[in-house]
Design a protein around this ligand. Structure first.
Ligand SMILES: Nc1ncnc2c1ncn2[C@@H]1O[C@H](COP(=O)(O)OP(=O)(O)O)[C@@H](O)[C@H]1O
Ligand SMILES: [Mg+2]
Length: 144
């Protein structure tokens, strides 16, 4: 279900879209990104970028930059410059985006994932900015 919902969102994504995924370890952020990638027609398997910080996928409908800021130390967060990524006509997905809160763009779709049970996750989405309010509305329509 999470994968299906994520895949539907993936089909609606446009260049410069930014998706923030927050929630505890194991909440399903990377799994959600796998569904999104499916919706972007990316065939390569999506692996967690926990150790690499950023993984890049160029073979889908749009480029995907998948980031995981979990291992960033506070100091490194200030050194890391993500502006080149945000400037590209790609889709950007960020796990643990709270660790780079000062660098985030002003508009995004934020999805909070919560573990409910072995096969159950709760998703709470919040859209900031007109583009993402539109995207959220389209996603809700697609899910009904
Ligand atoms: N919607 C879901 N239903 C069932 N299992 C899930 C779901 N989402 C994630 N999982 C499982 O939970 C574990 C952790 O998921 P993961 O996506 O790596 O979490 P995170 O990236 O938030 O740390 C994995 O074993 C994954 O298969
Ligand atoms: Mg993860």
């Amino acid at each position: 279900m999470t994968l299906n919902a994520a895949e539907k969102l993936g089909t609606l994504l446009q260049p410069y879209d930014v998706i923030l995924l927050n929630g505890d370890l194991g909440a399903g952020k990377t799994t959600f990104t796998q569904g999104l990638a499916r919706g972007l027609a990316i065939k390569r398997p999506i692996k967690s970028p926990t150790f690499t910080l950023i993984r890049e996928y160029q073979t889908g409908r749009l480029p995907l930059y998948h980031m995981d800021m979990y291992r960033l130390e506070n100091a490194a967060a200030n050194d890391l410059d993500l502006s080149d990524y945000f400037a590209q006509p790609a889709v950007i997905v960020i796990e643990w985006s709270q660790f780079i809160s000062e660098q985030l763009p002003t508009q995004y779709l934020q999805i909070e994932l919560q573990y409910l049970g072995l096969t159950q996750r709760q998703l709470v989405a919040q859209a900031v900015g007109a583009r993402f309010q539109e995207l959220l509305a389209q996603w809700q329509t697609a899910l009904n």
